[in-house]
Design a protein around this ligand. Structure first.
Ligand SMILES: NC(=O)c1ccc[n+]([C@@H]2O[C@H](COP(=O)([O-])OP(=O)(O)OC[C@H]3O[C@@H](n4cnc5c(N)ncnc54)[C@H](O)[C@@H]3O)[C@@H](O)[C@H]2O)c1
Length: 249
């Protein structure tokens, strides 16, 4: 991937750990300048990645802080070419027991946070002639993982929001796509892999017979922020070992 993002600059939200950190690292290796926007550990992760990476602490649901931080990134880099909306949280509760507080908290970060950050980035991109927005959805946006009503709904919303941004901003040079990962080994998904029953569910539902690794999401993210994807628009790219394709019987 060396050089695929040469000269480009932008923000990865939730880039302090997990998939976002893998994306930030891979983007720097591909020649990009990256700002990590995360509510926890942004500066530490940026220092560890190096290559001029900026660490910007903040919450994706805080509209004023997002605008301020993204302007800081645009000022420091002199451009704003991409946004990867990766920050996310998971919640697991049976539907009947699901608390309204957990529902709201999940929708707030996963869906509203994606809206807030996309809007702030779009304003900066419009002033500079365009850019690329990539949203982290999930297979959960297309099929129902049980006991995850809020998470599933938030990721279905991310897919719909991706299409809305793509439809509305294409004529102004802004492209928007989503990545829908299957299960990937990160701190967020660690509880799955600790459970032998879940490991078997993942194996049996995935044609490739395994879960994913962070670098396997970073590659598609580079593609969607590079010139190689210039005619890919409003799409959801499933990066799931075939889980979504094989959901029939
Ligand atoms: N891991 C998986 O199996 C998997 C599968 C499908 C989709 N995803 C999606 O990929 C994305 C990354 O997942 P991950 O597994 O790396 O998660 P993770 O928990 O390992 O990392 C998430 C990062 O987002 C940050 N974050 C959370 N809420 C935030 C907020 N309000 N403001 C700013 N930063 C915030 C956290 O501090 C953390 O650094 C999420 O959107 C997740 O839903 C993950």
């Amino acid at each position: 991937m060396s050089g695929q993002l040469e000269g480009r600059a932008g923000v990865v939200t939730g880039g302090a750990r997990g998939i976002g950190r893998g994306i930030a690292q891979a983007f720097v290796a591909a020649g990009a300048r990256v700002a990590i926007f995360d509510r926890d550990g942004a500066e530490e992760a940026a220092g560890a990645i190096g290559g001029g990476t900026l660490g910007l602490p903040g919450d994706v649901t805080d509209e004023a802080r997002v605008a301020e931080a993204f302007e800081t990134a645009a000022g420091a880099f002199g451009r704003f070419d991409f946004l990867v909306n990766n920050a996310g949280v998971r919640s697991q509760m049976g539907f009947v027991e699901h608390t309204l507080a957990a529902w709201r908290a999940t929708l707030d970060v996963n869906l509203t946070g994606t809206f807030v950050c996309s809007q702030a980035a779009a304003r900066l991109m419009l002033a500079r002639g365009g850019g690329k927005i990539v949203n982290l959805a999930s297979i959960a946006g297309a099929l129902a993982l049980t006991e995850r009503a809020a998470y599933n709904a938030s990721k279905g919303g991310v897919i719909a929001l991706t299409q809305s941004i793509a439809a509305e901003l294409a004529s102004q040079g802004i492209q928007c796509n989503a990545i829908a990962p299957g299960l990937v080994e990160t701190p967020l998904s660690a509880p799955y892999f600790a459970d032998p029953r879940m490991r078997e569910i993942i194996r049996s539902n995935t044609p490739l017979g395994r879960w994913g690794q962070v670098h396997e999401i970073a590659g598609p993210a580079i593609f969607l922020c590079s010139a190689a994807s210039d005619f890919v628009h409003g799409a959801t790219l499933f990066v799931d070992g075939g889980w979504n394709a094989a959901k029939g019987y």
